[in-house]
Ligand binder design. Structure first.
Ligand code: GLA
Length: 319
């Protein structure tokens, strides 16, 4: 069987998010199908550093080494975020300078193998009553606060690394427009932003395929590159808190169709889309096992709980 990464060699990289555990338990699938890795948690601020000056690189080092050994790119994730960021930063004299020291350390250690970095993650508010999400970063630096961190990243990260803004609900018309305006403003002010990461945590009900296309087209107008950074397709609508014992054939068929249509669009925009990363490898281990309903299976990925290819896999390979 051909690997996904080979099938898509002329289109874009195929990525997966991993943990120190899944690089062992899912090593075979990773080596065969993927040529880019994102640390699900290991490179987040709080995973590297919980207390001032105390760094633990072990988990990220292991993933980084696995990527190097297998000739895979690494997608850096992430610096400026409201989540999984230690509170002490905001008690330091200058949170900005604390971030600078962190960025420098992390970039020096992991920069070589990375080709893109989510400099900022999820800074736009979902609801219509605000533009920015009201985070500690926003409170500290106000309007246009991302500018300084992208400038900082450009100074500190190796030149070959593209600087990304990453967010979810990126195809939702309201948020799509806000993300567009955010990056447009940065570009107009000469801020070095290279790309937009479309997380793509989808389900069988939203977003509509045309909204996904529209997001790609709208963002592409900015002259940036794009990455699908965290794709999965849950079989449940977000508000649906029910569960079922096993995925039905019908649901898997609908999911296959959803993946197929997404990848058709992605292929149309090769050249603009640099990589498509799945937020996991196989249905046995995914963050959706704990969210939004703890302990519920959502079967969102391309390989099943036994690591066998699903219908969705066959459909995105069959073109
Ligand atoms: C967001 C973040 C990811 C991860 C997921 C849940 O999308 O960007 O790092 O935390 O939530 O796994």
């Amino acid at each position: 069987m051909l690997g996904l990464k080979e099938k898509y060699r002329d289109y874009f990289k195929i990525g997966a998010c991993v943990s120190p555990r899944t690089i062992v338990t899912h090593a075979d699938l990773l080596k065969k199908h993927f040529n880019s890795l994102t640390c699900e948690n290991a490179m987040k601020y709080v995973s590297l550093c919980r207390e001032p000056g105390k760094y633990t690189f072990d988990a990220a080092d292991r993933i980084y080494q696995f990527a190097k050994d297998n000739d895979m790119a690494v997608h850096g994730h992430t610096f400026v975020w409201h989540n999984q960021t230690p509170d002490f930063i905001f008690d330091t004299e200058s949170p900005e300078e604390t971030m600078r020291a962190h960025m420098k350390l992390v970039a020096e250690r992991y920069g070589a193998q990375c080709n893109a970095w989510d400099v900022a993650n999820e800074c736009i508010e979902d609801k219509s009553d605000a533009y920015y999400r009201n985070t500690k970063w926003y409170q500290a630096y106000g309007e246009n606060y991302l500018d300084r961190f992208f400038v900082m990243a450009r100074e500190l990260l190796p030149k070959h690394i593209k600087l990304y803004y990453n967010d979810y609900n990126e195809a939702h018309p309201l948020k799509r427009e806000k993300i567009y305006q955010l990056v447009k403003g940065m570009k107009e002010r000469g801020v070095p932003v290279d790309g937009i990461g479309m997380q793509s945590h989808h389900n069988l009900y939203v977003p509509g395929i045309e909204d996904i296309r529209r997001a790609i087209e709208r963002y592409a107008e900015l002259g940036v590159t794009l990455q699908v950074t965290e794709m999965d397709v849950s079989v449940f609508a977000f508000e649906d808190r029910s569960s079922i014992p096993a995925p039905t054939k019908e649901l898997m068929e609908r999911q296959a169709e959803f993946y197929e249509r997404c990848f058709e669009i992605y292929r149309e925009y090769k050249g603009i889309i640099e990589s498509v990363t799945l937020w996991g490898i196989a249905d046995d281990v995914t963050w959706l096992d704990g969210f939004p309903v703890p302990g519920r299976k959502n079967w969102p990925l391309l390989f099943d709980v036994n690591h066998q290819p699903k219908e969705a896999f066959h459909r995105i390979m069959n073109f």
